[in-house]
Ligand binder design. Structure first.
Ligand SMILES: Nc1nc2c(c(=O)[nH]1)N[C@H]1C(S)=C(S)[C@@H](COP(=O)(O)O)O[C@H]1N2
Ligand SMILES: [Mo]
Length: 158
């Protein structure tokens, strides 16, 4: 089974989509073409993989922060401390997953320019599904391809 077409559980010819859910005022289902509605950014990245060595790729897409902000996360936007307990869980259709904190991508905190990529080396990801891109990572493991779910969770406490 090739990862790209299994990615978001779609048959060939259909658009992949992912579920955006959790503590959000406006949960959504988004296709890769839907992601063109936000300002597009570009990232030229190099990352190391433990099994396949160093890879170089160019990605374009919206900032994860912009897309999630428009979904209405359940914190008070003027109280910065309110965001600090929010987590973002991202999952690929093959079950590969990773957690980010909201603060990691927030312009007031870590400001990581994390993308939801819609193209990879110039090719659209419409059928393969959106890809998480973390230009700041040395290791490629968080570059989740074939995203099928993103969950924002504000319930985390120690
Ligand atoms: N959905 C999914 N995305 C994934 C992985 C995976 O197993 N599943 N592996 C990660 C790892 S370990 C690396 S190094 C990069 C690049 O992997 P590739 O060479 O298989 O594209 O993708 C990441 N994204
Ligand atoms: Mo890897």
């Amino acid at each position: 089974m090739t990862q790209s077409f299994a990615a978001a559980g779609t048959a060939a010819g259909q658009l992949a989509e992912f579920v955006l859910a959790g503590d959000l005022a406006r949960p959504a289902r988004l296709t890769v073409p839907d992601l063109l509605a936000w300002p597009q950014h570009q990232a030229q990245v190099a990352f190391e993989c433990a099994t396949s060595g160093t890879q170089h790729h160019r990605f374009t897409g919206p900032l994860l922060h912009d897309v999630l902000t428009d979904a209405g996360p359940a914190f008070d936007p003027v109280r910065r401390k309110d965001r600090l307990r929010f987590l973002i869980a991202v999952r690929g259709a093959d079950g590969h997953h990773a957690l980010l904190t909201w603060a990691e991508i927030d312009p007031d905190f870590g400001r990581a320019p994390v993308l939801l990529a819609v193209t990879l080396d110039g090719s659209p990801l419409d059928r393969a599904g959106a890809q998480l891109v973390l230009p700041q990572d040395r290791c490629g493991a968080r570059h989740i391809s074939g995203i099928n779910a993103i969950r924002v969770d504000g319930g985390y406490t120690a």
